[in-house]
Write a protein that binds this ligand. Structure first.
Ligand SMILES: Nc1ncnc2c1ncn2[C@@H]1O[C@H](COP(=O)(O)OP(=O)(O)OP(=O)(O)O)[C@@H](O)[C@H]1O
Ligand SMILES: [Mg+2]
Length: 211
């Protein structure tokens, strides 16, 4: 299914100071929408509104034609929003598999089923064709691979929308290529993909809207 996301006249003020004024655009599944703007332009603020971290001061957003209002990130996740935050969200001491399925660990007789957990993570890793073991601790991974784990976590919740906030900030050109391959895969699956950057160099996708 091809999903659709629409923002209508979104504004956000922090203590009376405007961060966003009347932002309106829509994005269809199967395309990657790049949001490009300088530091402080309000890119993360918009994604955090979509993700239920912040409430808009005014305006609305619609997912698949239905107006939504997420009070918390959990509500947004359950409705199909997947945000890969600008700030890292990993548990260093936990494994790749535990990080992907944190909060949803499979259990058997009330005890975590580690065999099943590694099996579930292994399938995802295979689908993404990444050179990483499900049992590896996240602290031992490169920043780039940690980001791939974060993407697998968000993807494993079957999102309708997946939004990347400055994903290439810490990546080399080669690592960014791997990321773009993954983004291409998500796009072909009909997901709405939003890609935020202030690095024009890597905004290899058509820019439909910019701040
Ligand atoms: N929680 C907050 N409280 C007060 N002001 C905030 C808050 N979050 C963001 N702002 C302000 O809103 C504006 C937009 O910030 P935002 O982080 O959305 O920008 P950005 O486009 O993501 O920038 P960057 O490229 O640096 O990540 C900035 O002026 C910032 O200081
Ligand atoms: Mg930001």
């Amino acid at each position: 299914m091809k999903h659709r996301l629409e923002f209508k006249n979104i504004s956000k003020n922090f203590s009376g100071v405007p961060a966003l004024s009347n932002i309106s655009f829509s994005v269809e599944g199967g395309e990657v929408l790049a949001l490009v703007g300088e530091n402080g332009a309000g890119k993360s603020t918009l994604l955090k509104i979509l993700n239920g971290d912040y409430q808009p001061s005014s305006g609305s957003y619609l997912l698949d034609g239905k107006e939504e209002h997420f009070s918390t990130p959990l509500e947004a996740i359950n409705a199909g929003i997947g945000l890969i935050y600008q700030e890292r969200q990993m548990f260093d001491e936990l494994s790749v598999a535990e990080n992907i399925f944190v909060g949803r660990l499979p259990r058997r007789h009330g005890i975590i089923d580690f065999a099943e957990l590694e099996n579930m993570a292994g399938k995802l890793i295979e689908e993404f064709a990444l050179p990483v073991s499900p049992s590896e601790k996240v602290k031992n991974l490169s920043v780039a691979m940690q980001q791939m784990v974060e993407i697998m976590k968000v993807y494993s919740r079957n999102p309708k929308v997946i939004a990347f906030d400055e994903p290439t900030a810490c990546l080399s050109d080669k690592e960014a290529e791997v990321l773009f391959r993954l983004i291409g895969k998500l796009r072909t699956q009909g997901l709405v993909v939003i890609y935020v950057s202030h690095r024009m160099k890597y905004s290899g996708y058509q820019t439909k809207s910019s701040f």
